[in-house]
Write a protein that binds this ligand. Sequence first.
Ligand SMILES: Cc1cc2nc3c(=O)[nH]c(=O)nc-3n(C[C@H](O)[C@H](O)[C@H](O)COP(=O)(O)O)c2cc1C
Length: 202
Amino acid sequence: MEDKKTILQYDVQQINHLIRNRRSIKPEKYNNKREVPSFILDEMLENANWAPNHGLNQPWHFVIFKGEGRKKLAEFQANHYKTHTPIEAFKQGKYEKQLNRPEKATYVIAICMKRIERTRIPVVEDIEAVACAVQNMHLTAAAYGVAGYWTSGGVTYTQELKDWLGLGAADQCLGFFYVGYTDAPWPTSPRKPMSERVEWVG
Ligand SMILES: Cc1cc2nc3c(=O)[nH]c(=O)nc-3n(C[C@H](O)[C@H](O)[C@H](O)COP(=O)(O)O)c2cc1C
């Protein structure tokens, strides 16, 4: 019989490396001719499901745009920009970016938080749990050398998007997670030393 006290052991050096080298890589850097296989997406989603969450609410909900579905998202967000931007502020380049971006990725995932009925868990904690789920997805992608990027720009916080995604009044969209392969060198990102962010009491 297996000893219940068995300590699971991991390659901590590899985990440290993965966490520190996970990067946000924008879709403009993707090679959209090389598709990310669905088994990688499946693993990203499965790992998302194992994120910590208060009350086991599992508040994450992902709407995945792939293939032709990416065009629907592209048209929705570009059209939203056009119809909600005053003529004098309208920028053709920004419109085209909204229209072209989704098809640069293999998958674009709308990151949503869905409230369960009569939960006593504060909404901020459901949002935090979804962010943890996204981090699990992002780390899994990075482990496969797949690029990921969370954006909260554009239509993210609009009522029109909520309606389009079929979200309820208490639910929220928290952005879009782009997934694709990149041929560009894996980027670096700066961080201030952790010592500046920690206070010790004791
Ligand atoms: C909730 C959230 C929203 C974000 N939204 C944007 C965004 O709209 N535009 C953007 O350029 N980056 C966005 N990012 C990515 C950050 O710019 C990125 O994480 C940061 O630059 C650090 O880079 P790294 O992820 O490669 O370490 C977002 C990240 C998070 C967590």
